[in-house]
Design a protein around this ligand. Structure first.
Ligand SMILES: NC(=O)c1ccc[n+]([C@@H]2O[C@H](COP(=O)([O-])OP(=O)(O)OC[C@H]3O[C@@H](n4cnc5c(N)ncnc54)[C@H](OP(=O)(O)O)[C@@H]3O)[C@@H](O)[C@H]2O)c1
Length: 316
C-alpha cells in the first residue's frame, strides 16, 4: 500500500509517496482501506515541526488526522468487514495519509449514508471540535445568542450549522468575500472582521472562537453576565497575545479551551445530524495523495472557505 511520508519537518518539507507492506491489526482494531482525508491546520503545524507534541525526528512519518473508508479486516466486535467508517486519529499521532490504515475501534463510527467518502472525510476533526466546543465545553442552549469567529473556516462552518440545530441566533465573523457562504451556512448576522467592528452593544451567551485568534479579555465586554468564551487556540500568534491568553486561562473561569478528542458517541451524533441534512461542509479544493505538498501549501496560504479535501482513492 502507498502512503505520503514526511522524512523531516521544517519550513517547507515535501511529502514523498512510499510503498509499505500491509499493516497488521491487534484485538480491538480495524484495517481500513482509506479513500479520503483532509488538511487541517494542525497537520500543517506537525509538518512544519511546530506542534509541541509531535516528534518526527529523522525517521519517516505518516501524518494526517481525518479518514473515511471501508473496513477490510476487523478484530473488533463493533465493526465487520465491508462497513464504511469515518473518524479521526488523535491529533498528536496522525496516520491518515495512507491507503491502508489501522484504526482503534474507539476512533471510528459508521459513515453517514448521505455523503460521499470525500464529503464525509473532511468532517471528523472540525465537526468534533465544533460539537465538543459548542455543546460540551460551551454548554450552548436552545435559542441562545452566539458569536462564531472564523465562521466560514473548517471548524467555523461546522459550528454555524451545529448551532443552527438548536435554533441559536448566530453572528459570524469572516472576511467580506465569504459573506454569501456565511449566510448560506446559517449566520443571521455577518461581520467582516477586516473592516467592521462587532456592534458595541452586542451581547452573547457564548462566543466560540473557531478561528483561534482571540482571548477572553479581547471580547469579554460582548459576553452576557453568565456568558462563556470558548477558543480553539487563543490569541497565540504573538507574544503579548500568548501572555494574555495564558493569564485568562489561569484567572478567568469563563475562558475555556476546547481540545478535540476522537469520540464515538460524538461521531454518531454528528452522523445523525449529517443524515438529517443539517451538516455538510463545502470542499474548496480536492487534491490527490501525491499532491499533498500543494494541499498543505494551500492551507498555509489560507483565504479559502470550507475545507481542503484529499482523495486517496476515487470511489463512485
Ligand atoms: N484545539 C483543538 O482541538 C483544535 C481543533 C481544530 C482546530 N483547531 C485550531 O482552530 C483554528 C481554526 O481551524 P480551522 O480548521 O477552522 O482553520 P481554517 O479552515 O483555516 O479556518 C480559519 C478561519 O479563521 C478565519 N480568521 C482568520 N483570522 C481571523 C480573525 N482575526 N478574526 C476572525 N476570523 C479569522 C479565516 O477567515 P479568512 O480566511 O476569511 O481570513 C478562516 O475562515 C486553527 O488554529 C486550528 O489549529 C484547534
Amino acid at each position: 500500500m502507498k502512503a505520503a511520508v514526511l522524512e523531516k519537518t521544517g519550513v517547507s518539507p515535501k511529502f514523498k509517496i512510499k510503498e509499505f507492506s500491509r499493516p497488521v491489526i491487534r484485538n480491538g482494531q480495524l484495517l481500513v482501506k482509506n479513500y479520503a482525508s483532509s488538511v487541517n491546520p494542525i497537520d500543517v503545524l506537525v509538518r512544519q515541526g511546530k506542534a509541541l507534541l509531535a516528534v518526527v525526528g529523522a525517521s519517516s512519518q505518516i501524518i494526517g488526522c481525518d479518514f473515511c473508508g471501508k473496513v477490510i479486516a476487523s478484530r473488533s466486535r463493533l465493526f465487520k468487514e465491508g462497513d464504511d467508517v469515518y473518524g479521526m486519529f488523535p491529533i498528536v499521532k496522525g496516520g491518515a495519509y495512507a491507503e491502508e490504515i489501522v484504526i482503534n475501534e474507539d476512533m471510528a463510527a459508521l459513515k453517514p449514508d448521505n455523503l460521499s467518502y470525500l464529503e464525509a472525510g473532511v468532517i471528523p476533526l472540525v465537526g468534533l471540535t465544533a460539537y465538543q466546543g459548542l455543546f460540551k465545553v460551551g454548554r450552548l442552549q436552545r435559542g441562545e445568542n452566539i458569536l462564531i469567529t472564523g465562521c466560514t473556516g473548517g471548524v467555523g462552518s461546522a459550528a454555524v450549522q451545529l448551532a443552527k440545530t438548536v435554533d441559536a441566533h448566530i453572528s459570524g465573523l469572516c472576511r467580506e468575500e465569504h459573506r454569501p457562504y456565511a449566510k448560506e451556512l446559517g449566520c443571521d448576522v455577518v461581520i467582516d472582521y477586516q473592516q467592521q467592528k462587532i456592534p458595541s452593544g452586542a451581547q452573547f451567551d457564548l462566543i466560540f472562537d473557531a478561528a483561534g485568534k482571540y482571548t477572553y479579555s479581547n471580547l469579554q465586554h460582548h459576553l452576557t453576565e453568565h456568558g462563556i468564551f470558548v477558543t480553539t487556540r487563543g490569541e497565540t500568534n504573538n507574544l503579548k497575545g500568548f501572555v494574555k491568553t495564558t493569564v485568562d486561562m489561569v484567572f478567568e473561569n469563563r475562558m475555556k479551551f476546547v481540545m478535540v478528542k476522537p469520540n464515538v458517541e460524538d461521531l454518531l451524533n454528528l452522523k445523525h445530524i449529517i443524515e438529517g441534512d443539517a451538516l455538510k461542509i463545502k470542499i474548496a479544493k480536492t487534491f490527490l495523495l501525491d499532491q499533498l505538498t500543494e494541499a498543505h501549501e494551500m492551507m498555509e496560504k489560507g483565504g479559502f472557505a470550507g475545507k481542503i479535501g484529499v482523495e486517496i482513492e476515487a470511489v463512485g
